[in-house]
Design a protein around this ligand. Structure first.
Ligand code: ADP
Length: 238
């Protein structure tokens, strides 16, 4: 369980509070207006932004004072998940050993991860020689090998077309099911939430709300979500 215990974030004039639990293995979409604090919430869980007050716990362990690297999670951003000067296999290998001193067993695991994301034989390429969808797969393969129980996704597939994005969400769901990973995914697209998330955390008006079931929230959205999604949501409901 991921717990926000009277958590308070402040950055300059911005503030956000959260006080709720997310169950182990849940798949949660984080939604809300631009600038409401969705990315900041993920960055705080990851340890890049300090809490002003309160605590964040994972399975009862207080994460608040842990460095980002010591936290039980992986995070994927929209861009910049790969090192351009390292090969695909090396980028994935970082998930096992940050110093890249891989033994034979490690290398076999990298190959296995490549197979699992459909990139067999592409280990020697540089990321720049791959399509956007293939780069996303490399980043997911690294997440797979890191095997952390929490996965934070900050719109990592929003630059992909609809078909590729849906393929990636399917891949995330498959990886999630293998390890019962808890997933928090920032998205502005209700279709993403329906595809991957069983619950939605609404971030608006200085507050991250407790998770609510996806179908129920999207079919009868609170005012802040309705105002944000506008016609897009109406089209979804019809
Ligand atoms: P969202 O992801 O919902 O669009 P963000 O989390 O990016 O919102 O931003 C939340 C607020 O925090 C905004 O007011 C933004 O201007 C502010 N903010 C974001 N990053 C920083 C930063 N590094 N330093 C100070 N303020 C920031």
């Amino acid at each position: 369980m991921l717990s926000f215990d009277n958590a308070e974030i402040r950055q300059d004039g911005f503030r956000l509070s959260a006080h709720f639990d997310i169950a182990h293995g849940a798949r949660v979409a984080i939604m809300g207006p631009s600038g409401a604090g969705k990315s900041t919430l993920l960055s705080t869980i990851a340890g890049f932004v300090p809490l002003r007050a309160g605590r964040i716990l994972w399975q009862g362990q207080d994460l608040t004072s842990l460095t980002p690297g010591a936290r039980p999670l992986s995070i994927l951003f929209q861009d910049g998940n790969l090192f351009p000067h390292l090969s695909v296999a090396q980028n994935i290998g970082l998930g096992l050993r940050p110093d890249l001193r891989l033994n034979d067993n490690d290398r076999a695991r990298v190959q296995d991860a490549l197979d699992q994301v459909g990139l067999t034989g592409m280990g020697k390429r540089l990321p720049g020689a791959l399509s956007g969808g293939q780069q996303s797969r490399v980043a997911l393969a690294r997440v797979l090998l890191r095997a952390r129980p929490l996965l934070l996704l900050d719109e990592p597939f929003s630059a992909l077309g609809p078909a590729l994005k849906s393929e990636m969400l399917g891949l995330v769901a498959r990886l999630q099911a293998q390890a019962n990973t808890t997933i928090l995914m920032v998205t502005h697209d209700p279709a993403d939430a329906r595809a991957l998330a069983d619950q939605i955390v609404l971030v608006a008006d200085g507050q991250a709300s407790p998770p609510a079931p996806t179908a129920a929230l999207l079919s009868d959205p609170p005012a802040a979500l309705r105002a944000y999604l506008g016609d897009g949501l109406n089209a979804e409901i019809k």
